[in-house]
Design a protein around this ligand. Structure first.
Ligand code: 5AD
Length: 348
């Protein structure tokens, strides 16, 4: 099993066409501080070489929290009857998009729950209206839809699509997503890539029943999928879900996953996710940026509804203005010898 020191194993993973599962599991199990620091340095060097030192920004608008699904970890699940549901109007979305553009950010992420009644034509029109009013890349994150809908949105001007696999372990996937199918999710990812979207996926770390073996499988899934964007974030328990009493995902395991994701997918855009910034009530995003991440996703959801996009607790805490938050990100990057890159940041 995994002969050689940590350096040899990391080199082998980096060079491999398809990294060895035993090697990935070996790295996911390391706990020695010196080995951990070798891992993060290695990933940081790959990040520097492959995507450079700029930190890219994506402005998020969470335009609806209505959801048909019952994902066992997510606060937006339809069984959560305590949550007041909302959908922004086209004009509210456009106002948020203008705020993003005025902040100098050139990627807009439109995110929502998976709405049964989402009117695909309405979203097509929103995408087109964004194209007419600002110069920015449009990323969609609205879940599993038909190929025809994906095509219409692409034609309307959408550039990118995020659809996390959450876990690549089909058995675990089934347990966590009642009524959903792993096959349909991978079908969606294939359709999106075939339609020419810059496609993103990703996982959650620390899910009940998740093993080191299944996390290694996630890394293989990322590498095989040749995704342009990959989001790795820790599970955070939400009181109005069946996983309410479970422990949160481990920060160190999340950082190891980010580092390995960078090493197996050198050119991918990898966010230091909001969940990492919320995990222990302390902003750990700098540690993700130091372990391979190169993207930050500031939230531009209007204040009136922001607390209702309640996927997991803690993410609503930020009451700073856009200017204050961007200044904080600038500072975060500068403190690490990095800089904020205001480019669109397309797939490489
Ligand atoms: N903790 C952390 N992330 C979560 N997500 C959903 N529920 C949780 C949770 N409890 C993430 C999923 C989804 C993204 C929009 O939010 O990965 O893809």
């Amino acid at each position: 099993m995994a002969p050689g020191g940590i350096g040899t194993v990391l080199e082998r993973i980096h060079a491999a066409e398809a990294p060895d599962l035993a090697d990935l599991e070996f790295v996911l199990r390391i706990a020695d501080p010196v080995e951990l620091s070798s891992l993060f340095h290695f990933a940081d060097a790959v990040r520097h070489e492959s995507v450079g030192d700029g930190v890219l920004l994506r402005g998020i608008v969470e335009f609806s929290n209505i959801c048909r699904n019952t994902c066992r970890y997510c606060g937006l699940n339809r069984r959560n009857t305590r949550l007041e549901r909302y959908r922004l109007t086209r004009d509210q979305i456009l106002a948020a998009v203008r705020n993003i553009r005025e902040a100098g950010i050139k990627t807009v992420v439109l995110q929502s729950g998976e709405e049964d009644n989402l009117d695909a034509d309405w979203l097509t029109e929103v995408i087109a209206a964004i194209g007419r009013s600002v110069d920015a890349a449009v990323t969609l994150c609205v879940g599993e839809r038909s190929r025809e809908e994906y095509r219409a949105w692409k034609l309307a001007g959408a550039d990118r699509y995020l659809l996390k696999i959450e876990t690549s372990d089909p058995g675990l996937y089934r347990e966590l997503h009642p009524g959903m199918s792993f096959e349909n999710r991978t079908r969606c990812l294939e359709d999106l890539a075939a339609l020419g979207y810059q496609t993103g996926s990703g996982n959650l770390v620390g899910l009940k029943g998740q093993t080191v073996e299944s996390l290694a499988g996630d890394l293989r899934f990322f590498q095989r999928g040749r995704f342009d964007m990959i989001s790795v974030s820790p599970f955070i328990p939400h009181s109005q879900t069946p996983l309410a009493g479970e422990p949160a995902g481990d920060l160190m395991m999340t950082l190891k996953m980010i580092a390995l994701t960078r090493i197996v997918c050198p050119k991918a855009h990898i966010p230091a996710s909001t969940a990492i910034g919320s995990l222990h009530g302390r902003d750990e995003r700098p540690r993700a940026l130091a372990a391979g991440a190169n993207v930050i996703m500031p939230n531009f959801t209007p204040h009136l509804v922001r607390r209702l996009y309640d996927i997991y607790p803690g993410k609503t805490a930020c009451d700073l203005s856009p200017e204050q938050r961007l200044a904080a990100v600038e500072q975060m990057a500068a403190a690490m010898g990095r800089w904020v890159d205001y480019a669109r940041g397309d797939a490489l």
